[in-house]
Design a protein. Sequence first.
Length: 280
Amino acid sequence: MNTDLAKQVKDDIVAQIKNDELVLPTLPEIALKVREVAEDPNATIDDLCSVISRDPALSARIIKVTNSPLLRTSMPVDDLVAAVSRLGIDFTSNLAIGLAMEQMFQATHDMIDHRMRQCWAQAMEVAATAQVLARHFTNLKTDQAMLAGLVHQIGILPILAYAENNASLLADSLSLDKVIDRLHPALGAYILRSWDFPAEIIETAKHYLDRSYQADTPTYTDLIQVATFQSYAGTDHPLAKVDRSQLGSFKRLGLDSDEEVTQLDALSEEMGATQSAISG
């Protein structure tokens, strides 16, 4: 790893942020329109369906989620109106906004494209786990937990976009990793703030890797942090070696004992089914 290169890139990106010169990703148009409808107190299910139906792939995925074990519905649905009626406007809008993010995680350069797709796959896994954790261990909203999981690594995108135009960084994956590790949480919070996302979701992007993060009651940040550490369990990743029982997030969710961790492992099938439901 070229330490000087990593520092140079970090300083350059920080300077671009301070000077308002960094090109930030923009929220997909379909997500903007869905949010606009969802925030209208007079909006109806038909209004929301009218927007979502413009994207057939997104419509199909929402129907798929509605028919998945995620919702535990007894009667299957086969059209968008029925699906949105079953999910409700708030759940549907958060799901649609989150899933619309996938189109942002792609690039023309093969290596960067591979990294972006890996990032999205990780986001879906964390989102699925967070949704299950919210249902079983908290009173937090499951749709908010899912959305937080899908966007928690959004800060990686502008760094990878920067790398795509920087031959030295493209050739030094260790330096690129170091820049991503240092910058993406704060940068993610910066992006979500520019998109007017709720404060509790902005917080997840900024603090989900912060082992000293504290709160009085369970938060969405706790869900994303636990889901992230859970995703690395049994691997050689450094986060797999952290004593999870000492993390406040695990304690606040009641997962700091061997018995509760076993219970968490028992939910792996439900987590897998949820991930399958939200994946394309």
